[in-house]
Design a protein around this ligand. Structure first.
Ligand SMILES: [Zn+2]
Length: 382
């Protein structure tokens, strides 16, 4: 292998020059002619800059290591299919980008070193399996598309959470046929938060029925996790959702606090302190939170990640909503009004609709009505 240094002239230098130009390190000579094959002072300067960027010995000379690094730098992910070639492993910046992406998504591709080795292949195969792609260990167009579609919020996400995201994307924007488990909290002997004759279990039961009616009207299958006088355990409620193959799980509660001043609505989705989160759960919790805060006038207590059983054990995206504090006079008065519960039910329905539209409908929060949702469903059905 040739070693190129200042003063050299020839086609090998021309190749180095064009690579450095493509990398933005050397101004283009733009066909001015004379020096396109010459290793001049400007080229040496650019080579040094490149070597510095790449952590190579900064000597301004193009030896084997620098030459290989220059060639690697010309590959962008997607420009060529990538696979594990045992006898001659592929290397390049595209491989490094792939490795970094896999690592971001929680697959152990090893150190991102730009060389497509056995560990990169194993990580890629795991990703393909989790994502429902053809498991061939080759990073081709289909795999590339999948890698690019995943939201950066899936960072550190587990395969299970990625699958969840993909299912919603594939499910399409229509509500018809979606199966939702509505989980009214407490029930039976467990009345939940009880203040005077206002009982959380009864309120969320009534709310669940109102939501169920609207969902059924839009063609969804709505199932309740309990009967009026039953109180299944939290794991049983999650198992029920799993057994019926629910698309979403919505748990309805109201809160209590020792301070009568505490008030507002909050939503919860699965997520850990370590940063692993259900992207869909987080998205839905965000929609629910915004719709309810705008429509109901309840104070916005935001969306939060939790590892509660119903969020953790459900295989579908799950959101728990704590609607108002029954220990707060204003919240209790509002929730006791059936018309207010209609507003809450409508807000939750619209939030679910927004989830399946995945940002395709940018109608402002709080303005989408039940009638709009029905109209949208009917238009889609034609
Ligand atoms: Zn509760």
């Amino acid at each position: 292998m040739l070693v190129l240094r200042r003063g050299e002239d020839g086609p090998a230098v021309a190749e180095v020059r064009s690579t450095l130009t493509a990398l933005g390190l050397l101004p283009s000579t733009n066909g001015s002619g004379d020096h396109e094959t010459l290793f001049d002072e400007a080229v040496e300067h650019a080579v040094r800059a490149f070597q510095q960027q790449r952590g190579l010995i900064t000597d301004g000379v193009v030896g084997p290591a620098t030459y290989r690094a220059l060639r690697d730098a010309t590959y962008r992910l997607g420009a060529r299919p990538l696979a594990y070639l045992v006898s001659a492993p592929v290397s390049g910046d595209d491989v490094q980008t792939l490795q970094e992406r896999l690592l971001e998504l929680g697959y152990d591709a090893g150190r991102p070193n730009g060389v497509f080795g056995a560990q990169t292949e194993a990580a890629l195969r795991n990703f393909q399996r989790d994502y429902g792609l053809n498991v061939d260990g080759i990073c081709g167009p289909e795999t590339l598309r999948a890698l690019r579609q995943l939201s950066p919020r899936a960072r550190g996400g587990s395969p299970v959470l990625l699958r969840e995201q993909e299912r919603v994307r594939r499910a399409g924007p229509r509500l018809r046929g979606k199966r939702i488990v509505i989980d009214p909290g407490h029930g039976g002997a467990d009345t939940g938060v009880t203040v005077g004759d206002v009982r959380e279990a009864d309120l969320v039961w009534d709310l669940a029925r109102r939501l169920e009616g609207r969902m059924v009207a839009t063609g969804m299958q709505a199932l309740l996790s309990r009967g009026r006088d039953q109180c299944p355990s939290e794991p049983d409620r999650a198992n029920f959702a799993n057994e019926v193959g629910a698309d979403l799980f919505l748990s309805l509660h109201s809160d209590a606090n020792s301070s009568p001043l505490a008030q507002g609505v909050a939503s919860f989705h699965f997520g850990t302190e370590g940063g692993s989160t259900s992207t869909i759960g987080e998205t839905l919790a965000g929609f629910v939170q915004r719709e309810l805060a705008v429509r109901t006038g309840l104070r916005d207590c935001h969306a939060h990640r939790k590892t509660w059983d119903t969020l953790r054990l459900t295989r579908c995206p799950a959101v728990r909503i704590e609607i108002g504090y029954l220990t707060n006079h204003d919240d209790r008065r509002r929730l006791s009004d059936p018309a207010f519960r209609d507003v809450v039910a409508e807000g939750i329905l619209v939030a679910v609709k927004r989830l399946y539209l995945l940002g395709e409908n940018d109608q402002p929060t709080g303005t989408f009505t039940f009638a709009d949702v029905l109209r949208h469903e009917l238009a889609k059905a034609e």
